[in-house]
Design a protein around this ligand. Sequence first.
Ligand SMILES: NC(=O)c1ccc[n+]([C@@H]2O[C@H](COP(=O)([O-])OP(=O)(O)OC[C@H]3O[C@@H](n4cnc5c(N)ncnc54)[C@H](OP(=O)(O)O)[C@@H]3O)[C@@H](O)[C@H]2O)c1
Length: 222
Amino acid sequence: MTLDGKIATAGGESKWITGDVARAYAMKLRQGADAILVGVNTILADDPSLTLRARNPDRGTRNDGKPLRRIVLDAMARTPLIAKIVNDEHAALATIVVGKVAPKKRVAALGRRVKVITAPTIKSKIENRESKIDLRWLLKKLGSENVTSLLVEGGGEVNASFLLGGFAQRVTLFFAPKILGGRDARKAVAGDGVKRLDEIIQLREVEWRRLGPDLLLTARLE
Ligand SMILES: NC(=O)c1ccc[n+]([C@@H]2O[C@H](COP(=O)([O-])OP(=O)(O)OC[C@H]3O[C@@H](n4cnc5c(N)ncnc54)[C@H](OP(=O)(O)O)[C@@H]3O)[C@@H](O)[C@H]2O)c1
């Protein structure tokens, strides 16, 4: 993110904010996870590969030979059929998590290429419709499938759901010495935010490191 906490412009442009060293470190984090998770807006904005790039001959497999699972929170099954995650050589390892309200035809079309999980949803306060995948349910389900380490990579709405919902155990934040500004630029943590200062998310065991021109923060959550 930029120093002012932005992860993309208002138009959704995010490549690249941090430098090469920080991005290589992020790849190492993927190596240590059983799965990576993003929200559907990130797929729509960036069409990311979410693979293990950087000198890895088999981009879908971790150094220990285990496959890396890619997971998308997508209550309405909006992931485009042309998205990389649905079409590349590791598509069979991708999982789209949809809600019961997702259009059946879209779910079926996605299901021909990737794994689709239908999850319970909870009401979004802003949209006033059942639109958020129930993370408690999903984490239990993933745990039963031996996903014990999940790397959540954004965007801001998904980050907020994990952080404000109390589902995150550690955070890793990369800060570039840049300022984006703009009230509509995308925030690293969006959602509803905390209502009162005594509900603030407190980080513990904070460590800072320099990664080229950028800063890396790692910490535990209470
Ligand atoms: N700089 C970076 O490192 C970085 C990393 C990632 C993303 N980004 C940027 O972030 C932007 C997208 O972020 P965003 O905040 O708009 O969207 P997002 O977090 O990528 O996706 C949010 C969407 O996911 C779905 N969703 C389903 N269950 C959810 C749950 N429990 N909690 C939260 N969302 C849930 C919802 O759509 P449905 O209701 O349709 O399911 C929701 O609108 C893009 O511009 C991208 O470029 C930047």
